[in-house]
Write a protein that binds this ligand. Structure first.
Ligand SMILES: C[S@@+](CC[C@H](N)C(=O)[O-])C[C@H]1O[C@@H](n2cnc3c(N)ncnc32)[C@H](O)[C@@H]1O
Length: 115
């Protein structure tokens, strides 16, 4: 049976968000930052980051990245990601959204969707 609508997905996870926002910086200091750098070093052009969290990746995109569209459904983490976007070395736009709905939308209904 063909699905014509995307599934409903819970967006707010306040306990997880507060926990992750608190432990993530310590994890980064403990070595995760090196993984972020290695993962993102070869990224180029326009990037779609799904599940951006608090935006901890943003500072590690190399200059050959021309734009990052970062999708984050959780409100607290998205607010932190918006702050991180302002300090990123490359242009980053942060949007509310979930992975499950991205494929169901068209560029017309998502003007910010990478062409
Ligand atoms: C483990 S965190 C990782 C965050 C970030 N990528 C990082 O490296 O710090 C996973 C993130 O995915 C988000 N997420 C969970 N389900 C999602 C979905 N269905 N679509 C998009 N993002 C989702 C969560 O809100 C959370 O911010």
């Amino acid at each position: 049976m063909e699905h014509t609508t995307a599934p409903s997905v819970r967006r707010g996870h306040p306990l997880f968000a507060r926990f992750y926002a608190r432990v993530s910086p310590a994890m980064d200091k403990g070595g995760v930052t090196e993984h972020r750098r290695a993962l993102l070093a070869s990224a180029t052009g326009r990037v779609l980051e799904v599940g951006a969290g608090a935006g901890a990746n943003f500072a590690h995109y190399p200059p050959q990245v021309t734009e990052v569209v970062a999708v984050e459904p959780e409100p607290l983490l998205r607010a932190l990601a918006e702050r991180a976007a302002a300090d990123a070395g490359v242009p980053v736009v942060v949007r509310d959204g979930v992975a499950e709905h991205l494929a169901a939308r068209t560029p017309t209904s998502m003007p910010w969707w990478p062409a």
